[in-house]
Design a protein. Sequence first.
Length: 413
Amino acid sequence: MKPDQILNEADRCVKCGLCLPHCPTYRLTRDENDSPRGRIALIQALVGGCVDSPALHNHLDQCLSCLACQSACPSGVRYGPLIDAVRATQPQHRSAGKRLLYRLLTRVPYFPGIRPAARAYRRSPVRQLLRRISGSAFRRLDDLLPEYNLPTQEWRETYAPRSLPSRGRVGLFTGCIGRLTDQPALVAAIQALTAMGLEVVVPHNQVCCGALHLHNGLPETAAKYAETNCRQFNGLALQAIIYVASGCGVQLLDYPRLGAQLEPRVTDICSFLTQSRLLGPESFTPLAKRVLLHIPCTQRTAPGGSDDVLSLLKLVPRLETRALSETGCCGAAGSYLLSQSAMADRLAQTVIESIGNDVADLLLTSNTGCALQLGANLRRNGIDLQVKHPIELIAQQLAAPLTAARPSSGDPV
């Protein structure tokens, strides 16, 4: 957006305040500057040349881009594109240091050998040494590392259907950070899809979805990533492009805003399985457990929302599922859990408190950042509750004849 377009969009806000109860940061601080209408007023002052101060930029930076306000707005203000456009004008988001950070976060997961290196680091005494001598920023990043052992195998380009007849071909979007931290969910998705008779294609040259860059003032980089991913997935005769991380998914669906378009339909793994109507209670082995379901902000705005994942989990016999009450954003929000750590942890605490004394076996969530943020804060609170993606449980419980279609634990991924 150009400055006049930013102001035109901001002027659509009538300052009614109906968004305030939906804004996670306003609910915590009760500061009008941390509310959607307050931030829009600050945007008008900044772009209009009236005010430019560190305090103003801090209030804008504390926005999560969760878009709860956009869903609640009766005037239809496009708050997401608005805050993205303003961040592209803020110098702190376009600094060389920030560009390097985002480049590392989104490129390193694709480096050959990164998974064995990360696995070795987790077990190495060097880790504890670095935690002692480094600053709080490094320790916070280290705290986010998942507790499970990272697989060391490389992805294959295609995974053949493991049951016949073949029902078609789908693509799998891995994401950048997800290639490391969502490995169990990605493997589970492949297991479920191939067991249902689908060929799964994992293009080797796919890249980051671009969300981290778009929401942090670097739309030109996000557009380049979108163009690359369209080249990798379009033309493969795919029925759909499947994602496991809802944060990546809403970005893929938003590619037209960046001048790109994925040809196949883009859908969440749980929505795809639910809407296929190929699964019923007889498809699963019973599981006498109680699970809690966290709904990420990005899943609320995606097609199917939380309904599809709840419907899928209800198919598992004897499984008891409770969706967490309306808690708002958990504070992950892309890079927010690193750049605004204090606010992020306050927001995570509201989710932890909503769990209360509930005796559960698992906490399920469909977004990479949410899983890392909640896992770290559960450990910090001394709560022994494992965090998984819903598809991990679904793939685990798939019953005969689908069970025979699942790969062994030694199969390369």
